[in-house]
Ligand binder design. Sequence first.
Ligand code: ADP
Ligand code: MG
Length: 392
Amino acid sequence: MIKLRIMARLNSLIAPTGNGRSQADAWVVSAPGRVNLIGEHVDYNGGLVLPAAIDRRVVLTAWPLGRGRLRLRSRHAEREVEIDLLQPLQKGEPSWANYIKGVAAGFQRLGITVPGLDVEIDSTVPAGAGLSSSAALEVAVATLLEEVTGCRLDPTEKALLCQRAEHEFAGVPCGIMDQFASVHGREGHALLLDCRDQTFEHIPMSDPAVSLVIFDTKVKHRLAGSAYARRRASCEAAAAALGVETLREATLEQLEAANLDEETHRRARHVITEIARTADAAAALKSGAWAAAGDLMRASHRSLRDDFEVSCPELDFAADTAAVLEGVYGCRMTGGGFGGCVVGLVATEAVGEISDRLSVAYQKHTGIEPAVFLTRPSGGPLVESVPSGHVS
Ligand code: ADP
Ligand code: MG
């Protein structure tokens, strides 16, 4: 493993890039995507979430460029983008560059001059699948700018800067989970994050007999953006009706006693029960009680499907099919919903069989070829290399 890494590092250092530049003259940094094990749609309600950074990363390779220009290329986008850093940064087209502009603007706001850079973006985090490629991209850019300027941010401040970039430049009013998971990821650990006060605890999850499997349904329904805003609004309305600041402060008893309309009641019930499930799941993982953690994941899926109504037929089919397979402790949709991925907590020895059976059944049922992969809780941002002679 270590030998492989060193070989990869050596190869990347000596390999000239397409335009003749050597990677020895470049910064290479990366940041992970994340999978949320449980605690869905609760981060913006001040709740508890339990994500893990995954071993899929956005990797940036950057060379110095003349003052005031940021040139961006992504293997996932056709067009190259050039940004004038001497003008106020504004969101625009193409939309993928907004995540990067937003982070650069965050550094400028702190009084840090963003230097000219020529940046190549590569990634193994599928975009738009609920594994937070957007946060991985933002955190990778923040890591690059820290490294190039020598101005290192407090990790939590860094996550918040990236979240603000997503709010203001990408126009996505996300909670804090994704950026926190990417910044604070630790190998062999999940992250129990309290979104009310941003405190967190790393939960060991390194038993080789248990694995995480991610099943990408490859669908993304158009509902996602507007439904997210409506769900947030329902939660805020429920909190206001219950007289609490966020649903984190509410109890099921309070909810049952209140006179909310049926739909708002169900939305709030999901949030309140999901926060309790997340605390229980963290305790179960800590003690290696995989079956108990798995049961909580199944209950989470049902609640997201029936009470919060953010699942879709493809996610339900994958989750229902996986749930009855030998070796699956539990599984659920993960991410915002209306498509994206299912995550399973499974016995490592059964991973191959589970992946095959699930893929075949899903393709037969939906006609869509899914992607399935094994992942493990991984570390946060990495500086892979800096230009020879660079001191920051
Ligand atoms: P998720 O974060 O779940 O993957 P989002 O919709 O929040 O889904 O973010 C996906 C968006 O992030 C993409 O549409 C694109 O704009 C941007 N993005 C992610 N990865 C890359 C990449 N490698 N290159 C360019 N843009 C990317
Ligand atoms: Mg995202």
